[in-house]
Design a protein around this ligand. Structure first.
Ligand code: NAD
Length: 361
């Protein structure tokens, strides 16, 4: 399954299938023929668990192994990678292959954007989350102590290779976390897709329909990004992809990064966004219960595992970088399958909602 992200001269293909090793090898061959230098930036767990795959495709390629985990999205790793690229004589004609989850993709993508003021890069996502979300759309970046993803660049890849075979080693909990973003696409853009997910009941890396599910998510993201690449639309636009994220980011920030996987925090955020939409009479009563059921069906939480302070959660929300001119901006639903941006919400309402999912008031 292939699809094209249409962005004028920055358009690129996404390949989605099992066994993409050959297509990847073809791309590498064409770089070799053109005498262009390239390097591999790979997540440590992936390097360990897919050694044979990588050795076959990237036999002699200079390799930088990124320590696994969110902590690697930092200036220190960025510096190491830039030095590694310079030491290996990657010039302006050069390219980076980022093989790993969102951490490796965001970090290597930012290195590609910054090194020599920009070189080509290819995404080979190895988590469900990175296949359906972070590898598509060109947001790259790192974290600083003041917040997540606060430093970065828009830098589109030259191609994305989503190889289902690589998912077979992904821990179940990470797969479930990726499903939160999959469910998000249904909720924000495609009611029929949501029905399909409900009907599948469950998914796993071997499921024959997984490529088509990944493909639909990438199509939706590509369509939204094409219309608003730099998230500059006054309302709607790329911001809609943040459905559930204002709540989710607050959970991650207050619980401490690492306690909840990103997708787990987003799953709770999706439920809260549905509850808030219900409270504002944007969607019918009972819709949030349906969202809760889907989230649970895919082994995701809709409540906090242990109590966090509602006031701290609210404060974290107002520090989120999606806040515009001091006003909290929410992504809500006017029906399941259609998201909207919404600005005017009384914080007391949010405070109350947090208590519904187990926060301490
Ligand atoms: P991740 O990259 O940390 O990967 C999760 C874990 O899975 C890691 O421990 C990793 O080592 C391991 N792993 C990866 N692939 C594996 C495989 N095939 N087999 C076994 N283990 C494997 O996390 P993620 O969930 O992929 O991405 C989260 C990151 O993505 C966050 O930093 C988030 O900010 C970012 N993100 C970016 C965008 C964007 O648009 N750029 C969108 C969403 C999320």
């Amino acid at each position: 399954m292939n699809l094209q992200v249409e962005l004028g001269d920055r358009s690129y293909p996404i390949y989605i299938a099992s066994n993409l090793a050959n297509s990847l090898a073809e791309t590498i061959k064409s770089l070799v023929v053109e005498n262009r230098p390239f390097a591999l930036i790979v997540d440590a767990n992936v390097a360990e668990q897919h050694g044979e795959y990588l050795n076959t495709i990237f036999a002699e390629t200079p390799r930088y192994v990124v320590p696994s985990g969110e902590g690697s999205k930092c200036f220190e790793q960025l510096g190491h990678i830039c030095s590694f690229l310079a030491e290996n004589r990657i010039d302006r004609s050069g390219a980076i292959f980022a093989v790993g989850g969102g951490v490796t993709g965001d970090l290597a993508g930012f290195a590609a954007a910054a090194f020599l003021r920009g070189i080509d890069f290819y995404q080979v996502p190895t988590t469900l989350l990175s296949m359906v979300d972070s590898s598509v759309g060109g947001k790259t970046g790192i974290n600083i102590p003041e917040g997540k993803n606060l430093v970065g660049a828009f830098w589109q890849p030259k191609a994305v290779f989503a190889d289902m075979d690589l998912l077979k080693t992904l821990p179940e909990r990470e797969f479930a976390a990726g499903m939160a973003e999959v469910i998000k696409y249904g909720l924000l853009y495609d009611a029929e897709f949501l029905d399909v997910l409900e009907n599948y009941g469950s998914l796993n890396p071997e499921h024959s329909e997984l490529p088509s599910v990944v493909c639909r998510c990438c199509e939706i993201k590509a369509e939204i990004v094409r219309a608003d690449e730099r998230e500059s639309a006054a309302s709607g636009g790329r911001a809609l992809l943040n459905l559930g994220h204002t709540f989710g980011h607050a959970i991650e920030a207050v619980a401490g990064y690492g306690d909840y996987l990103h997708g787990e925090a987003i799953a709770i955020g999706l439920y809260l966004a549905a509850r808030l939409s219900e409270e504002l009479a944007l969607i019918d009563r009972g819709s949030a219960a349906r969202v809760r059921k889907i989230v649970e069906q895919y082994k995701l939480p809709y409540r906090l595992r242990s109590p966090l302070s509602a006031s701290k959660l609210l404060a974290a929300m107002s520090r989120d970088k999606k806040v515009k001119q001091g006003r909290l901006r929410f992504v809500l639903m006017e029906e399941l399958g259609k998201a909207i941006t919404y600005d005017e919400i009384n914080p007391t309402r949010i405070h109350k909602l947090w208590s519904e999912v187990g926060a301490e008031v």
